[in-house]
Ligand binder design. Structure first.
Ligand SMILES: Cc1cc2nc3c(=O)[nH]c(=O)nc-3n(C[C@H](O)[C@H](O)[C@H](O)COP(=O)(O)OP(=O)(O)OC[C@H]3O[C@@H](n4cnc5c(N)ncnc54)[C@H](O)[C@@H]3O)c2cc1C
Length: 593
């Protein structure tokens, strides 16, 4: 089957002028109505090449504009809070926009790809006709990098098959790398699909993302963190092989034994910059017997008590939780609250409870200073059922007719579905801050920053405390090495209900939204002051970050830039703040002089 796809890809490439690295680059990509926009006949040719799977893209709320009473309009309104519904729409983006940054905009046409040959046909067509190309999997880009007005979209949603291997060896790695258990997935698969196949059905573990509807290809290229990354490292670290269509229309295999430079770039170098990944293979691990959680909320009765609470928490964290077991989050609020939503792996119920007992006992005994506003708990359960939807009170099922029964999302992720962002920033916090003046510098900065806005600390998105092999594997990826020394990624973000173009809702209050964005900037500035070389996670970061090359990739950026020049010299794959995007206008249409 794969061989047939390769042959089809080569046949598709022959229809258009051959690509030679260094050939004259288009200075300006074409928009509909402009000279050079493909004729109806040319589009028909592409449609035939992709087995009819070329579709004219309707805006998400297009039906509401033409007929608000229609069935399709009602269906969209009813399902707009369902991330799987959004992902099923060619025009769907999981974030509806970002103040002063971008608004969700449909492509003109989409190729609903079924295999690598369809992708190669679309890549060749876009290159030959100087089109703006967008690539979309799960649609979860906060930065809006999987949608672009006036573009051709390559949409991988339908390429979602998943298969398990007992002993996988990459092509060309025979005799060099020993076989290992693995899972292969089409680029359009979501983590819900992999967790179902690998954990619920086969009793093993694959390192993916936290949010179940995120796309596998997008997350791996981001670096990728899941709830248990403190134990297993980043998702990119687990990549064993990728199939990818590059800008010249070739279908390549990238792994440690062939196209190794491209393979490395795919591990955290950012989605949408290297080509279109069509299939990925990831290492699987033995499943720990238990997964668990700790949760609750504490409110201090004074500022002084809150500083004391934070100091006590971080001392406790450094002594008891900074290890491979504990990940996920706390939230530090302007109302002097500390919300705990953490998870663990590899600890049974007793272990989980006793890990937290010293802290919970101290808080409970200090009731003059603190109020427990949500009861404090720590529990663990059989890991095999972690991603079960049925009977799981923390999961919301996709109840649409015909939806796979394993498709559902954590209720904690619900408020992010379709969100319109006011602002977003992130920063890795080095573990040395836990020791500096016994954590006082850190606590003071968190206290000051939280006066402006709630600060989330995602412990699973910093690898300090992870096993040495997880850290070594992360160092062999393109992600900023700062991740290996960070105990957490601080995230400060906020927004409002979905605001897709044409959606029936009250207009955005721009002034209020801008004040909110300013508060996010001020909170982040309090933390940036205490980190000498700030690093930020490429896919959960500030759209307006001016030092994005250094913050996303650190010392790895020059190597990434060289790989970009080798595989995509003419910038066919351009996304906001992607490697090589400096050469392009913000909308990706004009190559700067
Ligand atoms: C609600 C939400 C929750 C999130 N949770 C997590 C989390 O738990 N952990 C974490 O690490 N990150 C998380 N993220 C960030 C997320 O991992 C990245 O945004 C990721 O890139 C999304 O991948 P996608 O396929 O869903 O998105 P898309 O928007 O489809 O793609 C993201 C980028 O990757 C490119 N891309 C997609 N598919 C391909 C492909 N096949 N080949 C080449 N390029 C491709 C796109 O062009 C785009 O530039 C979250 C984001 C959101 C919005």
């Amino acid at each position: 089957m794969q061989r047939r796809n390769v042959l089809k890809g080569l046949a598709a490439a022959a229809v258009f002028p051959p690509f030679r690295p260094g050939m004259a680059a288009p200075f300006r990509r074409v928009r509909p109505g402009e000279p050079g926009w493909p004729t109806a006949q040319a589009w028909e040719g592409l449609k035939a090449q992709v087995g009819g799977n070329l579709i004219a893209v309707e805006p998400l709320f297009g039906a509401c504009r033409s007929d608000p009473q229609s069935g399709p309009c009602g269906e969209t309104e009813q399902n707009i809070h369902n991330p799987f519904f959004i992902g099923d729409q060619a025009a769907g983006t999981q974030t509806s926009g970002w103040l002063d940054a971008w608004m969700s905009a449909p492509s003109v046409y989409a190729v609903r790809a079924r295999h690598a040959a369809d992708v190669a046909a679309a890549v060749n067509f876009a290159r030959a006709h100087h089109l703006r190309l967008a690539v979309k999997g799960g649609g979860h880009s906060y930065q809006g990098t999987s949608n672009a007005a006036d573009s051709l979209l390559i949409w991988t949603r339908a390429m979602n098959d998943v298969s398990l291997h007992q002993g996988f060896v990459g092509a060309g790695c025979e005799g060099r790398i020993k076989p290992q258990p693995a899972v292969s997935a089409g680029a359009g698969a979501m983590w819900a699909d992999l967790y179902h196949a690998v954990t619920s059905e086969a009793g093993r573990y694959v390192q993916g993302g936290g949010c179940t509807s995120v796309g596998v290809a997008g997350l791996v290229q981001s670096g990728g963190f899941g709830s248990f990354s403190k134990g297993f490292g980043t998702a990119a670290s687990g990549l064993l092989e990728a199939e990818i269509v590059t800008a010249d229309g070739r279908i390549l295999i990238a792994n440690p034994c062939q196209n190794a430079d491209l393979f490395w770039a795919l591990k955290g170098g950012g989605g949408g910059s290297w080509g279109v990944v069509t299939r990925l293979t990831l290492r699987t691990h033995e499943l720990p017997s238990h997964f668990g959680a700790a949760w609750g909320r504490i409110k201090a009765r004074s500022d002084t008590a809150f500083v004391e609470l934070l100091a006590r928490f971080f001392k406790f964290y450094a002594g008891n939780l900074l290890n491979s077991h504990w990940g996920e989050q706390i939230a530090i609020g302007p109302d002097n609250s500390l919300k705990i939503s953490m998870v663990c792996q590899g600890l049974d119920d007793m272990d989980a409870q006793s890990a937290w007992r010293p802290f919970f006992d101290w808080v409970t005994a200090s009731h003059d200073d603190f109020e427990i506003t949500d009861a404090l708990h720590a529990r663990a359960t059989d890991s095999r059922h972690w991603w079960d939807i049925k009977g799981n009170p923390s999961m919301v099922a996709d109840e649409r007719e015909g939806a796979p029964p394993h498709h559902g999302w954590w209720d904690g992720d619900a408020e992010q579905v379709g969100i319109y962002l006011h602002g977003y920033d992130s920063l890795w916090l080095p573990a040395s801050l836990l020791r500096e003046q016994e954590g006082r510098v850190l606590v003071q900065a968190l206290f000051s920053g939280s006066r402006f806005k709630t600060i989330g600390l995602h412990f699973n998105k910093g690898l300090a405390g992870a096993p040495p092999e997880a850290i070594a594997a992360a160092k062999d990826t393109a992600t900023n090495p700062a991740v290996t020394e960070a105990f957490a990624l601080a995230i400060i973000a906020d927004g409002e209900a979905p605001a897709f173009p044409g959606e029936p809702r009250a207009p955005i209050d721009q002034n209020r939204a801008r004040l909110d964005a300013d508060a996010i900037t001020s909170a982040a500035a309090s933390l940036r002051k205490i980190v000498s070389q700030p690093g930020s996670y490429v896919s959960e970061s500030n759209y307006f970050n001016r030092s994005w090359q250094a913050e996303y990739w650190g010392e790895n950026h020059p190597r990434l830039a060289a790989i970009k020049a080798k595989y995509d010299p003419d910038g066919l794959f351009t996304v906001h703040h992607g490697v090589g995007s400096e050469a392009w206008s913000d909308d990706g249409f004009v190559r700067k002089a």
